[in-house]
Write a protein that binds this ligand. Structure first.
Ligand code: ATP
Ligand code: MG
Length: 264
C-alpha cells in the first residue's frame, strides 16, 4: 500500500480546552489508485491530507499511524523523505501557499531546484511543459509574474503543475479543481488520468462534490466530523449510496437541470 493511515487522531489545544479534529481516520491508497475523500466543510479532509506531510496545527497531539511508501512522518529526515520522494500536495488555497513577493517561476521551481537538485533551466522547462498541459497560455510570461497578478484559477493551475513537476508517486489534491471552470477541470482530470496510466500516479482526491468524486475515483471515502463514515466504489457512490449519510450528501448535490426536469 502506498499510503496507509491507521486510526489517525488529532487534537489541537485551544484557549477554552482541547478540540478533537480527527477521531480515528483509517484509509488506504494503493499505487496507481485514485481515491476520493469527500465530506462537508469542516469534516477534516484537509487536516487528514496535511497530516500525511506532517503539516499539523501548532501544538497538535496526534495518535495512530501514517505510512507513505513505507515511511512514517515521524522525525525530520522521514518527513523530508516523504515530501521529496513520495508525495506532493496541491493546497486548497493556492494563494496562501505561494510567497506573494516572489515571482511565480521562482516559487514554483523551488522544490525542483533546491530539494531535487535539478538545474534551474531544466526545472523551468519541466514546469513550462506541465503548465501548457493544464491549459495555461504563454506560460513563460506567467513565470515572471507575481501571485497577485494571476487569477485564482490560474494560480491553482500553476500549483498543479508545480506539484506534478517533482514526479510524486502520490498526489494529495485538496480541492485541486474546485476553483476551475468545467473545461479546465476536465483538462486537469484528463492529465491526472494520463499520469496515472503512464507512471502509476496515485491520487488522494479531496472534494466536497460527491458526483465528481464518483466520476473520477476508484474508491471514495466519506468523512464526517473527523471520522470516516463510509467507503464505496466510485461507480456506485453517487447512484446507489447505501449509507444514510452518503445518501444525504448525494441528495444535497446539485444535479444537472435536465435531470431535475426529468424527475419532475
Ligand atoms: N489550526 C487549527 N486550529 C484549530 N482548529 C482547526 C485548525 N485547523 C483546522 N481546524 C478545524 O478542524 C476542522 C476540520 O478542518 P479541515 O480544514 O480539515 O476541514 P475540511 O474538511 O478540509 O473543510 P473544507 O471543506 O471547508 O475545506 C474544522 O472545524 C476547522 O475549523
Ligand atoms: Mg479543506
Amino acid at each position: 500500500m502506498l499510503l496507509s493511515i491507521r486510526d489517525l487522531g488529532l487534537t489541537v489545544p485551544l484557549p477554552h480546552g482541547p478540540r478533537r479534529i480527527l477521531r480515528g481516520v483509517s484509509l488506504d491508497v494503493d499505487a496507481g489508485e485514485t481515491v476520493g475523500l469527500v465530506g462537508e466543510s469542516g469534516s477534516g479532509k484537509s487536516t487528514t491530507a496535511r497530516a500525511v506531510l506532517r503539516l499539523v496545527p501548532e501544538g497538535a497531539h496526534t495518535t495512530g499511524s501514517i505510512s507513505v511508501g513505507g515511511v512514517s512522518p515521524a522525525g525530520p529526515a522521514d518527513v523530508r523523505a516523504i515530501r521529496t520522494e513520495h508525495a506532493a500536495m496541491i493546497f486548497q488555497d493556492p494563494r496562501s501557499s505561494l510567497n506573494p513577493v516572489r515571482r511565480i517561476g521562482d516559487s514554483a521551481t523551488e522544490r525542483l531546484v533546491h530539494v531535487h537538485g535539478i538545474a534551474r533551466a531544466e526545472a523551468s522547462r519541466r514546469l513550462l511543459d506541465l503548465m501548457a498541459e493544464v491549459g495555461l497560455r504563454e506560460p513563460d510570461l506567467l513565470l515572471r509574474k507575481y501571485p497577485h497578478q494571476l487569477s485564482g484559477g490560474m494560480l491553482q493551475r500553476v500549483s498543479i503543475a508545480a506539484a506534478l513537476s517533482t514526479n510524486p508517486r502520490l498526489l494529495l489534491a485538496d480541492e485541486a479543481t474546485s476553483a476551475l471552470d468545467v473545461t479546465t477541470q476536465a483538462e486537469v482530470l484528463a492529465l491526472l488520468r494520463r499520469l496515472r496510466r503512464e507512471r502509476g500516479l496515485a491520487v488522494l482526491f479531496i472534494t466536497h462534490d460527491l458526483l465528481l468524486a464518483g466520476a473520477c475515483c476508484d474508491r471514495v471515502y466519506v468523512m464526517r466530523e473527523g471520522s470516516i463514515v463510509d467507503e464505496q466504489p466510485g461507480k456506485t457512490v453517487f447512484v446507489d449510496p447505501a449509507n444514510p449519510y452518503t445518501r444525504a450528501l448525494a441528495d444535497a448535490t446539485p444535479r444537472l437541470p435536465e435531470r431535475e426536469h426529468g424527475h419532475a
